[in-house]
Design a protein around this ligand. Structure first.
Ligand SMILES: O=C(O)CCC(=O)C(=O)O
Ligand SMILES: [Fe+2]
Length: 375
């Protein structure tokens, strides 16, 4: 096999790990126990208040000599994923929300406070139109009736993907322009305790691939369905798909927009054997470098959604719903890229309220290519 130019590049650790020192954990617990349900209000101002009220947690994390530098390495791109363990947890939890929506009876907001404090260090904690009813903190738990869906609500193995999170108001915009840069996943309940979340870094996978396949993946030659969980709330997204490359360069790094769980494929479909082969080669390389991590209560895993591909093992169905696997997820956008989106696209308006970024615009770029699907 022909190796590409990344061969021999210094290996960076995929998932850096750190544990939260005891003193920091107890001061975080003390301050997050005072947080209220504003995080789950629909009102932007209330949510903004919540974001503002975790300032002391943000500061404590930044100043800690272990956690602070680890988060900085994530922000400056020298690592692509970080697992932080030994965070304090909510003293008690209600049943995991059966519908994957807002947890109605959750009385304390320790997990939400920690995730938002971390998000504030990385960029903007952000809502996504059409995903999880525009909640800022998403509940990730198996939803009855959705077992076989390729989504965070499913129970079957979830294939390699990146959260593309298209903006339903912007069907023309390529996924790599709208996708969140960071995902924060926090463990609340581990369910059977054995479901791994898989993470595979592009920087480790690409050196295993042929240059030819990499070159093909860089071409404007692919389409991907909107993620299953989005189609549920915004079915109109499914009929017009942006044409996109799978690999691209940004700020000296290779990034991807790759979602096998939403049927990434060549524009020409299976007839384009060369491009189908390149996708298969990429998947295979990612499989060889994947790492599994069980996100337990008190652990938060943060990764760069553009430089890492993720997936999940099968989730065992729990008889006792109170013990269902339950994670929370926060999407974070980089201020710099939000600015690029709005500057590059006249007509874009950004609504920024209390640190929330909501893109509501009429993006029109005639040079963009869309694949109009028949029927
Ligand atoms: O449940 C997991 O471990 C990850 C699910 C997922 O892909 C996501 O929340 O984006
Ligand atoms: Fe995901």
């Amino acid at each position: 096999m022909v190796r590409n130019e990344l061969d021999g590049a210094p290996q960076q650790p995929l998932i850096a790990e750190a544990s939260v020192p005891e003193g920091l954990a107890s001061s975080i617990l003390a301050s997050t126990l005072g947080l209220n349900e504003d995080i789950y209000q629909e009102d932007f101002v209330a949510r903004g208040r919540f974001i503002g009220s975790v300032g002391d947690v943000t500061e404590a994390l930044e100043q800690d000599t272990i956690v602070g530098p680890a988060l900085s390495s994530l922000v400056d791109g020298s690592i692509v994923a970080l697992s932080l363990s030994d965070f304090p947890v909510d003293p008690e939890l209600p049943d995991a929300p059966a519908d994957g929506g807002r947890p109605l009876d959750k009385r304390t907001f320790v997990s939400e406070g920690i995730a938002i404090a971390i998000a504030n260090i990385l960029g903007y904690p952000s809502i996504i139109l059409g995903e999880k009813r525009e909640e800022l903190v998403h509940q990730i738990t198996p939803v009855p009736g959705r077992e076989t869906s390729q989504s965070n609500e499913g129970s079957d193995e979830l294939l390699f993907h990146q959260d593309l999170a298209p903006n339903k108001d912007l069907p023309r915009m390529a996924y790599h322009e709208t996708m969140p840069t960071w995902l924060i996943l926090t463990g609340l309940q581990s369910g059977s305790g054995s479901t791994p979340t898989y993470i595979a870094a592009l920087d480790e996978a690409l050196p295993l691939m042929s240059q030819q396949a990499i070159d093909i993946l860089r071409q404007q030659r692919f389409v991907t369905n909107p993620p299953d969980s989005f189609v549920k709330e915004a079915p109109e997204l499914a009929s017009r798909l942006p044409v996109h490359p799978i690999l691209l360069d940004y700020n000296g790094h290779v990034e991807a927009a790759f979602d096998t769980s939403s049927d990434v494929r060549p524009i020409g479909g299976a007839r384009d054997e060369e491009a189908m082969g390149a996708i298969a080669e990429f998947n295979e390389a990612l499989g060889k470098v994947k790492h599994g991590v069980v996100i337990e209560p008190g652990t938060t895993v943060i990764f760069n959604n553009r430089r890492v591909v993720h997936g999940r093992g099968a989730v065992t169905q729990e008889q006792d719903i109170g013990q269902k696997r339950w994670l929370q997820r926060v999407y974070v956008f980089e201020p710099e890229r939000i600015a690029l989106q709005s500057l590059g696209n006249p007509g874009t308006t950004l609504q920024i309220g209390g640190g929330l970024v909501r893109l509501t615009n009429s993006y029109q770029n005639p040079s963009d290519r869309l694949l109009e699907l028949a029927g």
